[in-house]
Ligand binder design. Structure first.
Ligand SMILES: NC(=O)c1ccc[n+]([C@@H]2O[C@H](COP(=O)([O-])OP(=O)(O)OC[C@H]3O[C@@H](n4cnc5c(N)ncnc54)[C@H](OP(=O)(O)O)[C@@H]3O)[C@@H](O)[C@H]2O)c1
Length: 863
């Protein structure tokens, strides 16, 4: 190889193999390029060796050609491979038994996301050609691909049937002929399955990881071209300077919104028993009033499903509170969408109407309760169901539940504007639970004001720097020349920047939608976009109007190329305080965002999109004063992104902080902008925002905050409780990071094991898993701890005896627990390390105040 391409280090062997295969195909031995004079120290004439000083025809007929490749490294790595040309085999007719028979397509990947990408690639592949030879396709997928741990098998008797089932599965559905599973570990079965099997049986066995007799189940057929593996692109460079984009400029802008488990709500405190009047409003659950019968307590109920409301809810509320003495605290529980009411989810305008209706009801309630003389401890709690997505495994919210998500944005602004009047936001589990009403009452007396109840556990929203996780890859987002990208609000400040960015990344067909179309103000930008070589269409349409958007999308699909990306930016501002909000101001702001997003979702959910990006705002999370309607609209976008991901549709909501210089933030009045800056949020340079966008588009996250925030400033002064709970740890973390610059990858700060030891067994397992993942990420130089699959053998991540020893030592230092080195090498996984640690933790000490063992002292001290 050296003569052809020079010294190749570790790649020399594979380059040699490639060279030989090419020589076999060309039946030519290529000339040695630089051996003018062979060394006289070797008796060439006596050896059956020849150095080709010119290309030689290579023909060994009638025998087959054989070559040997040697790779002998100075370090002692020796390899020798013998390669023989493939035997001539009779061609198998490719159309034989293709249609009509029961075929099974076996697909697998290394991670859930890669599997999803692979399935989408197959769906697209099948869509290109309905006449694909099905038997050949399934044969090649079964025999010609490695079988990895995340698996899916689809049976069908036609290309169309396979494609439809792939779509069903990708849409979150199951059904006959669809099998999926994860294979954990290897070699659990002693023998392969050898009884006769139909497609479904093969699929079932495949996803369970049973060894199959491939040659017998898939008799030889013609191999065909298949989609290639969707690599998930993580850098593995030790001490990598990072990808070429300005990483340092964006690292500090990215945050994840997550939910932290905080345990079961504490038993209801005396607060619940203090004299008060309870006003229960909305879709009131039957049992609630029984829980509200303390001494000196009264209650009234306005059930919106049955109440005779003359005029609006305002009069009904006033009437209900008319006899309550102004000195008596009123606790108002607003139950929104607890019971499923028929809302015709397929009817395009039903959900957006629901979003508005729920917000309107809460605003009415706040405004009417605000006008009545009230005790200083009167509070309003808003209760939703399934509106928050606390866990990636949570099923997609129903449209009705989803519609309530806007209340979380509105509620946050209410908290900012009226901390003395805001009680809290509580989300009940999507499917409900027997104990939920009691738990809910406990939550009301808790000092946490934003909670999601799941089973007997409560979760609080929090924000985490996304440094390692989001910035893991140096992949580039999939933007294709032969595809169309739709940008709603594309004529706005950010829309035009996004369009230029898309073109810069290779897009050649853009559709920029707005109500006014191409106005003179944007002529210059439009000329620039078109001069860059793109076809830019600018239809006038209201994104909130289903029919108008259906026409836009139909036209794209007819004219081509196919729609591959949707970016929803359309939106307007109409800032008012909650008490000054009227129906028009709510509709004006919420409708284009919520109805627009919902229309785009309904109209494209069956299309094969690569991107569905919702331009949301930081406002949805922090609830700025004066922006209740805007926060509500954006909170809905966030929830829709989570719901779509749960349906396995592409989705990303970006909670942008303000962009400098243009658009909604750029047009703020100077004193308003000064208030924003004083609150700790700085406008971002557009270039940085777009660089962040480039990063996050390659990630499989539903929601990312991209904002330039000084958290100390945000939390300085009198801030609402929820904002403290959301982000206080960022300020604390920065402080401890400064104190301990050397805290090897920040591991100490990241896991509070003492707290875990006091919690439930589940929480302990989750915490230890994260802890071990983080240790390993540090040791193995993996950017993102979360990408380490707990069930995947660690040797596949590069763990060997040296790194195993390091893991053993770090666990010993951090936890005072000695693990046997033999247990940390071989096929060990994070899960098995966690089991080993758990078995040695002192929490299994006998109950009843027994003296802690020696081991537990060590653990307590280290923690
Ligand atoms: N700029 C920022 O700093 C910032 C920060 C956070 C989030 N965001 C989000 O980013 C998005 C874009 O912001 P921007 O600053 O570019 O706003 P912008 O300059 O005001 O542009 C908004 C665009 O939306 C269009 N639009 C409004 N209602 C529409 C409807 N019903 N149907 C179709 N198009 C409609 C407008 O055009 P027509 O009036 O002609 O319809 C305009 O082209 C917004 O969703 C905003 O919430 C912006």
């Amino acid at each position: 190889m050296k003569t052809n391409i020079g010294h190749l280090e570790a790649a020399a062997g594979i380059a040699g193999l490639i060279k030989v295969v090419l020589a076999l195909q060309a039946r030519t031995i290529p000339a040695h390029l630089h051996c003018a004079e062979p060394t006289p120290d070797i008796p060439w004439a006596k050896l059956p060796i020849e150095i080709p000083d010119r290309s030689i025809t290579w023909d060994a007929s009638p025998d087959r050609l054989v070559a040997a490749i040697s790779s002998f490294g100075a370090s002692g790595t020796n390899a020798h491979v013998i390669v023989e040309e493939t035997p001539d085999v009779p061609e198998v007719p490719s159309d034989e038994v293709s249609e009509g028979a029961d075929h099974v397509l076996l697909l697998s990947a290394d991670s859930p996301q890669a599997l999803q990408d692979l399935l989408r690639a197959y769906r697209r592949h099948l869509g290109h050609d309905p006449n694909l030879p099905l038997a050949d396709l399934c044969y090649t997928a079964a025999i010609g691909r490695a079988h990895l741990s995340h698996r899916c098998a689809i049976t069908g008797s036609s290309v169309a049937a396979l494609q439809e089932r792939l779509s069903t599965y990708l849409g979150g559905g199951t059904g006959p002929g669809i099998f999926a599973g994860q294979v954990k570990g290897t070699g659990r079965f002693d023998r392969s399955v050898d009884q006769p099997m139909d497609g479904a049986a093969i699929g079932r066995a495949f996803v369970k990881g049973m060894p199959l007799d491939w040659q017998r189940l898939f008799p030889r057929r013609q191999p065909v071209v298949l989609p290639t593996y969707p690599f998930q692109h993580l850098p593995y460079w030790v001490g990598s300077p990072g990808p070429t984009r300005p990483r340092s400029d964006i690292t500090d802008l990215l945050y994840h919104c997550t939910w932290d488990r905080v345990g079961a709500p504490p038993p209801a405190s005396t607060f619940v028993d203090e004299p008060c009047h309870w006003l229960v409003v909305g879709d009131v659950p039957g049992q609630i009033t029984q829980e509200l019968e303390g001494p000196g307590q009264t209650h009234s109920v306005i059930d919106c499903r049955t109440a005779e409301m003359d005029g609006s809810i305002r009069d009904t509320v006033r009437h209900a509170l008319a006899d309550v003495p102004p000195s008596l605290p009123v606790r108002i529980l607003f139950f929104s969408g607890i019971d499923e009411i028929p809302s015709g989810p397929e009817h395009a305008d039903a959900l957006p109407r629901d979003v508005l209706g729920a917000c309107q009801l809460l605003v009415d309630l706040i405004q009417s309760a605000n006008t009545i003389p009230r005790s200083p401890t009167t509070r309003i709690w808003t209760i939703t169901r399934g509106a928050c997505h606390t866990d990636a495994r949570q099923p997609p919210s129903t449209p009705h539940q989803l519609a309530r998500a806007g209340l979380w944005g509105l509620g946050r602004t209410f908290a900012t504007e009226h901390p003395e009047f805001f009680g809290g936001l509580i989300d009940l589990a999507p499917g409900g639970s027997a104990e939920e009403v009691r738990d809910l009452v406990c939550c009301i007396s808790w000092d946490r004001d934003q909670l999601a109840l799941r089973g007997d556990q409560a979760f609080v929203p929090t924000v985490q720097p996304a440094k390692g996780d989001v910035l893991a890859g140096d992949a580039f987002p999939q933007i294709e020349a032969n595809a169309t990208y739709l940008v709603s609000g594309g004529m706005g400040a950010l829309g035009l920047r996004l369009a230029a960015w898309l073109i810069d990344r290779g897009a050649r067909h853009l559709v920029l939608v707005s109500r006014r179309g191409e106005t003179p103000a944007v002529k210059h930008e439009m000329r620039r976009l078109r001069a860059a070589g793109a076809r830019v269409r600018t239809p006038r349409a209201d994104v909130a109007d289903y029919e108008q958007m259906a026409t836009v999308i139909r036209t794209i699909q007819q004219d081509g190329p196919a729609l591959r990306g949707v970016f929803h930016l359309a939106g307007v501002l109409d800032d008012r305080t909650v008490t000054g909000l009227d129906r028009e101001a709510l509709t004006r702001v919420i409708h284009p965002k919520a109805a627009g997003a919902w229309n785009l979702h309904l109209l494209t959910r069956d299309l094969d999109l690569d991107h569905f990006v919702l331009f949301s705002s930081l406002a949805a999370m922090v609830g700025p004063a004066g922006q209740a309607n805007y926060a509500a609209a954006n909170a809905f976008l966030d929830a829709l992104a989570h719901a779509r991901q749960a349906m396995r549709l592409p989705a990303l909501a970006v909670n942008w902080g303000p962009w400098a210089g243009a658009g909604m933030a750029g047009t703020l009045e100077p004193d308003h902008l000064a208030t924003v800056k004083r609150s700790g949020v700085e406008p971002m340079v557009a270039r940085h925002a777009l660089a962040a966008m480039e990063q996050i588009l390659t990630e499989n996250v539903a929601q990312v905050v991209v904002a330039q925030v000084d958290w100390r400033q945000v939390l300085a002064g009198d801030r609402p409780t929820f904002l403290r709970q959301w982000s206080q740890h960022l300020v604390d973390d920065t402080a401890s990071e400064l104190e301990d610059q050397d805290a090897s990858h920040g591991l100490e700060a990241s896991t509070d094991l003492q707290e875990l030891l006091g919690g439930s067994a589940d929480a302990l397992e989750v915490g230890l898993t994260r802890f071990v993942q983080r240790l390993l990420a540090g040791i193995l130089q993996i950017d993102s701890a979360q990408t380490i699959d707990p069930d995947r053998p660690l040797d596949e991540y590069g763990m060997d005896s040296l790194t195993g020893t390091e893991l053993k030592n770090r666990i010993a230092t951090r936890l005072g627990i000695e693990l046997p080195l033999s247990g940390l090498i071989g096929g060990v996984t994070v899960a098995s390390v966690v089991l080993m640690v758990q078995a040695r933790l002192p929490i299994q000490a006998p109950p009843g105040g027994a003296e802690p063992s020696e081991g537990s002292e060590t653990v307590e001290m280290v923690l």
